[in-house]
Design a protein around this ligand. Structure first.
Ligand code: VNL
Length: 390
């Protein structure tokens, strides 16, 4: 038993050596981009793939003498599928980097593969604080829920909101949003009479909203993943929650730019905290939005797109700085500490945590030139993930 195990592991070591050798010989640099292209999170996959392709179109497909190849795989946001696809990409395709990851369970399921194969894994979407601690090879270009939730918990009590019911999707990012919002809001003197959790898959918000109506707090704080916001908004308005004097607040996932324009006037005035708005007023963002919209039949880039775009920047720059080495450790070292201007504003990959440090904005839904936007009205600069402090 012992011996057979040993033989098998030395065979694996030989395979690994051969793999390293063939990478060194090969002039391509492969990025395995695993995304939900179908199913409930399909909009996240569509946004990130489009952003990655835009980045390549704008920056060329050759870096430090290597030809970049993007291999896109659809994990349908089922974690077992994500993991299997990652394994195949590492073993068969010999990718240099894994990237994408639409939801937290997909990122967590794949973390051990990054560690074992020493492959950098760039999280472009998933946003539970603990993800970067699941492997030393994980780097994140999206955001964390604690980062944006505490910002809302500081703003709300200064703006007449004293009681809040929280409503979150019942998994990693939702639990982070609930915990960090609530802790900070209570610390600031607010009250949270009830915390509600809805299932991630096929949620029915109706019974939860009814409960909120009965409790009649000053506001309802919501986190649902990208793509689910329109359903929440529709039911919130249908139940006349706004007319009953209950405000809707949340992280910017709920007023997602991918869906916001179709939510109608009922969304006007909703205040959220987030790291990116299509409306962010910077020359770089204006250029980004124009190019993205043009390349994608009028589709607006949302916060997922910007996570994908910046993730590609991190990978390109790491390859350039490490002088074309496909080696995982060299790439990882060159990813840590990157600092640059993103369409969302200045960002920094903290070398210690491998997580993103960025501005968090307070935004209000307004109509501009006939379209609905999250219009930024305040900024908290250089916010680290509060989840790492503990
Ligand atoms: C997650 C977080 C997914 C925030 C999201 O949309 C989101 C996650 C798909 O960590 O699973 O908006």
């Amino acid at each position: 038993m012992q011996k057979r195990y040993f033989l098998r592991s030395s065979a694996l070591a030989v395979t690994a050596l051969v793999a390293t050798y063939s990478i060194a010989q090969d002039n391509t640099f492969k990025i395995g981009l695993i995304l939900p292209m179908t199913g409930q999170q399909a909009s996240t996959g569509r946004q990130i793939e489009a952003a990655a392709r835009l980045y390549m179109a704008q920056n060329g497909d050759t870096v430090a003498g290597k030809k970049i190849q993007l291999i896109v795989k659809d994990d349908t946001s089922v974690p077992d599928v994500t993991k299997r696809l990652a394994q195949e990409l590492v073993v068969n395709d010999k990718v240099n980097v894994l990237a994408g990851f639409g939801i937290t369970p997909s990122a967590l399921a794949t973390a051990p593969i990054a560690t074992q194969s020493k492959t950098p894994l760039v999280v472009m979407a998933a946003a539970t604080s603990s993800i970067t601690q699941a492997s030393p090879y994980i780097v994140r270009t999206s955001f964390t829920l604690p980062q944006v939730a505490v910002t809302m918990a500081d703003w709300a009590p200064k703006n007449g909101i004293k009681t809040v019911v929280t409503l979150v999707s019942d998994y990693g990012p939702g639990l982070d949003a609930e915990k960090y919002f609530k802790e900070r809001f209570l610390f600031n003197g607010g009250q949270v009479p009830e915390s509600l959790r809805v299932p991630l898959r096929g949620p029915d918000f109706a019974p939860f909203l009814q409960k909120v109506r009965d409790l009649k707090p000053d506001a309802l704080f919501v986190f649902v993943p990208s793509g689910a916001g329109a359903a929440v908004m529709k039911q919130f308005l249908e139940r006349g929650m706004d007319k009953a004097g209950i405000k809707l607040i949340g992280t910017g996932d709920v007023t997602d730019d991918d869906q916001l324009n179709d939510m109608g006037d009922g969304a006007l005035g909703v205040v959220t905290s987030h790291h990116y708005s299509t409306d962010h007023p910077s020359p770089l963002n204006t250029k980004f939005v124009e190019a993205f919209t043009k390349a994608n039949k009028g589709l607006r880039p949302n916060f997922m797109a910007v996570g994908g775009y910046d993730g590609m920047r991190v990978i390109y720059e790491a390859l350039r700085v490490s002088k074309g080495q496909g080696d995982g450790d060299a790439l990882l070292a060159a990813m840590k500490g990157q600092i640059f201007e993103s369409p969302r504003g200045p960002i920094f990959i903290d070398a210690q945590t491998r997580d993103i440090v960025q501005n968090v904005y307070l935004r209000k839904v307004e109509r501009k030139n006939g379209q609905l936007y999250n219009v930024e009205f305040a900024v908290i600069k250089d916010v680290k993930d509060p989840g790492k402090a503990k």
